[in-house]
Ligand binder design. Structure first.
Ligand code: SF4
Ligand code: MG
Length: 345
């Protein structure tokens, strides 16, 4: 099918006292209608920066150096702040890790819920309040009428995140970007929030970009996955491709460092040794080579190109879902290498 959002060759850097940090390097991905794309990687891999650049929410010292992000025929990266304001919170909404950063502690929940409704939908008074009640019900907050008059501190952490999701959904966005939405919550609440997102997606057909470092979360809710490392997408595919037939040694490392969904043994987990490259001076060739057990000479000379694999066709629905990885191991002349036993399952 047609992509709803198509990001091509995105490059973002930051000016810092220490020099230029290359946060996002040549990132491309597509988002289909109604799908959940998980962007997974360690902190500092560039996943949040990539998302913020789509929303025009980069800090002043950041600069989009190149690329495009096509949404409904327009490039989000070239939009004026005024036009972006009409899209942000209405066509594309964002949910962050800490609900308190998106809620105003001095304002009643009802007022915060109706702000977007008034601004983007032009609803006022009773109509706006009815929509607010409807939204709280949709995110399963009981006693909606009473809750509207309360302040954020009167809600638990999980309930606050539900409110934030309700605000994000107020104008029926086509894209919901969730940046570590459950990281601050305990496991039971985390489950509930993920179930809620899946339910809302099912009902409204919203596309979700889910940014997370947690492969457990990915396995649970994602349709497709983009694995980021050192500012680059190093592997992308369906959730079945990534968990069932991963191609990149970094993805292998991620998978061997967490319990498999079907096997909760923790005794043979292997953390990835070493640390990511310095973003002030990232390698020109494969960014993973210093940590890779399979590194060859060529890996430090030239960046491997993205290669496509068979991938899954999901009844044609996600035809853009090609399985791709950037690794020299898949070059015709490379030696034949098997992934670690734990990855093979
Ligand atoms: Fe390892 Fe080379 Fe593949 Fe990079 S390109 S992940 S160093 S084998
Ligand atoms: Mg982040």
């Amino acid at each position: 099918g047609e992509a709803l959002l198509s990001v091509r060759n995105l490059e973002v850097s930051f000016q810092t006292y220490a020099g230029e940090v290359q946060a996002v390097r040549d990132v491309s991905f597509e988002l289909a209608p109604g799908e959940t794309l998980a962007v997974v990687g360690e902190s500092g891999s560039g996943k949040s920066v990539a998302a913020k650049s789509l929303m025009g929410l980069l800090p002043d010292n950041a600069r989009v150096k190149s690329g495009e992000a096509m949404f409904e025929g327009h490039d989000l990266l070239k939009m004026s702040e005024r036009r972006m304001q009409g899209i942000r919170g209405s066509r594309i909404s964002m949910v962050f890790q800490d609900p308190m950063t998106s809620l105003d502690p001095t304002m009643r929940i009802g007022r915060q819920l109706t702000e977007g409704i008034r601004k983007h939908l032009g609803l006022r008074g009773r109509a706006a309040r009815e929509r607010a009640v409807e939204l709280l019900k949709a995110v399963h907050i009981p006693n909606a009428e009473k809750r509207l008059r309360q302040y954020p501190h009167e809600f638990s952490g999980g309930m606050r995140q539900r409110v934030v999701i309700a605000i994000a959904l107020a104008c029926d966005p086509q894209v919901l970007i969730c940046d570590e939405p459950t990281t601050a919550l305990d496991v039971t609440i985390q489950e509930q929030i993920l179930e809620l997102l899946a339910e809302l997606q099912e009902r409204n057909g919203t596309s979700i970009i889910l940014i997370t470092h947690d492969l457990g979360v990915v396995a649970q809710v994602a349709h497709r996955v983009a694995v980021m490392y050192s500012g680059r997408v190093i592997e992308t595919g369906t959730v079945h491709d990534i968990f069932g037939d991963p191609k990149h040694p970094y993805t292998w490392g991620l998978l061997t460092s967490i319990p498999r969904p079907d096997d909760d043994r923790k005794d043979d987990l292997i953390p990835i040794k070493g640390s990511p490259p310095n973003p002030l001076d990232p390698p020109k060739a494969c960014p993973f080579s210093a940590r890779c057990d399979y590194a060859m000479k060529v890996c430090d000379i030239e960046m491997p190109a993205m290669q496509s694999f068979g991938g899954e066709t999901d009844g044609g629905y996600r035809s853009a879902s090609v399985h791709q990885a950037a690794c020299w191991l898949h070059h015709d002349l490379a030696p034949n290498v098997e992934p670690p036993a734990r990855v093979r399952g």
